[in-house]
Design a binder for this molecule. Structure first.
Ligand SMILES: Nc1ncnc2c1ncn2[C@@H]1O[C@H](COP(=O)(O)OP(=O)(O)OP(=O)(O)O)[C@@H](O)[C@H]1O
Length: 230
């Protein structure tokens, strides 16, 4: 028998309910998904269909009510919160619609910080942060604070920060949703290039079908289940 592939992310039978008064609203009704290392997947689904919920569960920020989430082959549902946090820090990078950078720190510091939290020296963390920011065209913006950067630049710093710890899995929730079409296109181009260059697995929620077309696969949520699109 061939060896079972180890997916960067695998979801099996994921169910999530929210209580609504007396009744329960079932948002995810048995979601299955497997993403290999190096593969990029766009999640294109209507507002309110459960995209953010799914990303939070995949990123171990939220628990599912049923089902299992495997990160790099390891089941996580029954792990203690401290261990889930450790796995998240080690293996997962996040990009949100709004950059969530720390306002009092420079671009370089924002990208270096997660690496120092993981134990890298100041020098190593700064060197990697500088490389990533330079790759993203921000070599002349290293010492700028977020408020001194444009929206597209802020989002590129957020991309660098998400990839700073060389995660296996990148999760992004409308990463260009806050940008004008031209900047969005530019930032998305930088993101897809880095996804390819680093070999990270990526699950990216977007409303933009053209941008989704540049990913390896496209999936949607239909009646709480994940469906593969052409
Ligand atoms: N904590 C919560 N308690 C109750 N209901 C919730 C909670 N979080 C989300 N929901 C509901 O679950 C549904 C899915 O929400 P979610 O944010 O995952 O959708 P989405 O597809 O990301 O939407 P959008 O594209 O608008 O961001 C929505 O109807 C929302 O109101």
């Amino acid at each position: 028998m061939p060896p079972r592939p180890t997916y960067a992310l695998a979801l099996a039978g994921v169910v999530r309910r929210y209580s609504e008064g007396e009744s329960a609203l079932e948002i995810l009704r048995g979601v299955d998904l497997a993403i290999s290392q190096g593969q990029s997947v766009a999640l294109v689904a209507p507002s309110g269909s459960g995209k953010s919920t799914l990303l939070h569960i995949a990123g171990l920020l939220e628990h599912s009510d049923e089902g299992e989430v495997f990160i790099a082959g390891r089941p996580t549902a029954r792990l203690a919160d401290a261990e889930r946090t450790r796995i998240r820090r080690q293996h997962i990078g996040f990009i949100y619609q709004f950059h969530h950078l720390l306002g009092e720190f420079s671009a370089l510091e924002n990208v270096a910080m997660p690496q120092m939290i993981r134990g890298l020296s100041h020098k190593e963390a700064n060197a990697r942060a500088k490389d990533l920011l330079t790759y993203l065209g921000l070599a002349a913006r290293l010492t700028h604070r977020p408020s001194e950067l444009s929206g597209g630049e802020q989002q590129r710093v957020a991309i660098a920060r998400a990839l700073a710890n060389a995660p296996r899995l990148l999760l992004a929730d409308e990463p260009t949703g806050n940008l004008d079409p031209k900047t969005s296109d530019h930032v998305f181009g930088a993101l897809t290039e880095l996804v390819q260059a680093t070999g990270v697995a990526a699950l990216i929620a977007t409303h933009n079908l053209e941008l989704a077309g540049r990913m390896d696969r496209r999936v949607t949520l239909r009646d709480g289940k994940l469906v593969e699109l052409a």
